[in-house]
Structure formats: C-alpha cells, structure tokens
Design a protein around this ligand. Structure first.
Ligand SMILES: Cc1cc2nc3c(=O)[nH]c(=O)nc-3n(C[C@H](O)[C@H](O)[C@H](O)COP(=O)(O)OP(=O)(O)OC[C@H]3O[C@@H](n4cnc5c(N)ncnc54)[C@H](O)[C@@H]3O)c2cc1C
Length: 295
C-alpha cells in the first residue's frame, strides 16, 4: 500500500454450502487477475462457519497468488480458544489477521457480553496477537462512529488505543459520504499524529438492490444516507417490479463517485465489500481505470 496507483482489496465471507463455495471461487479467480492488495475473509459467530473461515482462508494462502487476511472476533471465545484459532491460522500459512471484538450473536445491536475468560475490547485482541507471533494486524474503524460509542471524539480515542496496542492499519465500515471518512482521519490525527499516519482503508459497498439497503441497516445500524436512497429509489421506478438493472447501475455509480473523491484525497487502498460476487467491484474498478490485469 505504498506510493503510486491506488490499490484495492476485497472482503469475502465463508459460504454456507457447496454452491456458495463454487461461486466464491469463481469470484476469487476473477478478482485475482486484477491484482488486489489483499483479500479478507470474515469470521462468523458459530463453530461451523468459523471452521470454514480457517479452511477457506488457508486455501486462499495455499492455492492462489492472493494475500489473505483472516478476520478474528472475540465473541464467545476464551483467551485460550483465541490462541488456538490464531495457531490454526499460522499453521495454514496466514500471517495477516483483522482483530475485531464482534457483536452478540443473533442480535448485532444487542448488549455485548464478554466471555468470562475472554477479552472486553478489540485492543486486547491486538495485544494478544502481537504476543503470539509475527502477524500483521488490522482493526476496524467507523467513519460515522461505532454504534456503541457515546460520541465521535470518544470513538476516535478508543480507535487510537487499538493502533497503540500494535495494529498496523485499519479498514472502515462501509460508508457513503467521503466527509465522514475525512473527518475520522482528522480526529485520529488530532488524538495522536503518529498513530494517525497508519493507513485507514476506506470500505465501499456498491449497493446492488434496494433490499440490501434495508438489510445493511439491520445488521450494522448503518443507515444509507437519504440522498443515496433517493437516487436508488428513483432508479427502481414506480412500477410493480423494481428495475433491478437500473438500481445496480446507480449503486455502481454512487460507489464510483465516492471512490473518486477518496482517491483525490490520497487514500492508499479501496476496500470493497463484495458479498462474494465480483461484478460490481469490477465495474467500479473499470470506471476508475483500475481494472487492469496484472502484468
Ligand atoms: C472492516 C470490518 C470488518 C468486520 N469483520 C467482522 C467479522 O468478520 N465478524 C464479525 O462478527 N464482525 C465483524 N465486524 C463488525 C465488528 O465486529 C463490530 O462492528 C463490533 O461491534 C465492533 O468491533 P471492534 O473490533 O471495532 O470493537 P472495539 O474496538 O472493541 O469497539 C467496540 C466498542 O467499544 C468501545 N471501546 C473500545 N475500547 C474501549 C474502552 N477501553 N472503554 C470503553 N469503550 C471502549 C468502542 O468505542 C466501540 O464503541 C467488522 C467490522 C468492520 C468495520
């Protein structure tokens, strides 16, 4: 993520079944040709999905030219269990971990319950990882503030604690207004200029359906701004059935405009939430002139 052309990265989730896994591998191979800086794999709440994260991220490390980043959350894990997952990542050849606290399973916006022998905040997870080996550690950042933070300044102070605990960089929650990202960057520098020099990679989700707009709010407490919803609804039309192609065209255009603004502001990398599909990410990269195959 050095000087020069803006890079991009993508996020995947462990698929639920064989069809989903086949779809993921098509996406992986398609995006691999465009040379992403890294690909990250989310970590779910339950045992079987967690096993899949370890297995598929290991396969990405072994069978592709990609740099995999495995997410890890503290939900329902004792420190001992966290050590063991980190050991499994290391055995699978994974050296990059995104350290997250996670949310209560079932109700992401419900009250947080720490495991009795676990950790309370992501900063502790960062410190734990630092002590376990030579990992590159990322953390989450929230341009609009984390939903549990009382205000944006407190949010920035706690975010900086994760960087001070040893995180190398951060990836943000998806957002739609460049100003929210730029203000976060300024707040972090105001708290600690040295830590503020670490990369904060902006997270972008090209919206491809009106349904996903509502789903996003349910899962993250994150609202799509009204001016964006209005553009999408106008594209959907007033007929009985939503004009889905028109909606996704607007979603891709909105993501492209945001990315252009962020590139002008000098971001090192753009992180795309893909939902395991390549098309929207590829289209945005194409419009940005960044969809060139690796040499
Ligand atoms: C890029 C990205 C990837 C993600 N991937 C996943 C995933 O794979 N799996 C998953 O389940 N979830 C994932 N999430 C969601 C994430 O787990 C939730 O948003 C979670 O609520 C916050 O995690 P965190 O690591 O930011 O927590 P923390 O940094 O611990 O923050 C949680 C809250 O506690 C506050 N806080 C922190 N330290 C202190 C302190 N010392 N005193 C008081 N308050 C404090 C923070 O301000 C914040 O409000 C992801 C989020 C992002 C942005």
């Amino acid at each position: 993520m050095g000087e020069g052309r803006t890079r991009f990265s993508v996020e995947f989730s462990p698929p639920r079944d064989e069809a989903g896994e086949a779809q993921l591998w098509r996406t992986v191979r398609e995006l691999e040709q465009l040379d992403p800086a890294f690909v990250s794999m989310t970590y779910g709440a339950g045992g079987s999905t967690r096993d899949r994260t370890v297995r598929i991220t290991g396969r990405l490390a072994r069978e592709t030219t990609l740099l995999p980043v495995a997410h890890l959350t503290a939900v329902n894990h004792s420190v001992e269990e966290i050590r063991s997952v980190v050991g499994a990542y290391a055995d699978a050849g994974i050296r990059n971990v995104l350290a997250l606290r996670g949310d209560p399973p079932g109700d992401p916006l419900g009250s947080w319950q720490r495991h009795p022998e676990g950790v309370e905040h992501a900063a502790e997870l960062v410190a734990l990882l630092r002590g376990l080996g030579d990992f590159t550690v990322g953390v989450a950042a929230f341009p609009e503030g984390h939903h549990r933070s009382p205000d944006l300044d407190t949010d920035a102070v706690h975010f900086v604690e994760k960087l001070r605990a040893g995180a190398d960089y951060a990836i943000t929650q998806m957002f739609f207004r460049a100003e929210d990202y730029l203000r976060l960057r300024d707040r972090v520098v105001a708290v600690d200029a040295e830590q503020g020099a670490k990369p904060i990679v902006p997270g972008i989700m090209p919206v491809t359906s009106l349904r996903s707009v509502h789903r996003m709010a349910e899962l993250s407490g994150q609202q799509v701004p009204p001016e964006v919803v209005e553009r999408l609804e106008r594209a959907a039309g007033t007929g009985e059935t939503e004009d889905r192609e028109a909606v996704r065209e607007v979603g891709v255009q909105v993501a492209t405009e945001l990315a252009e603004r962020l590139i002008a502001e000098g971001v090192p990398c753009l992180h795309f939430y893909t939902l395991n599909f390549a098309r929207a990410t590829r289209e945005v990269l194409g419009r940005l002139g960044l969809a060139t195959a690796r040499a």
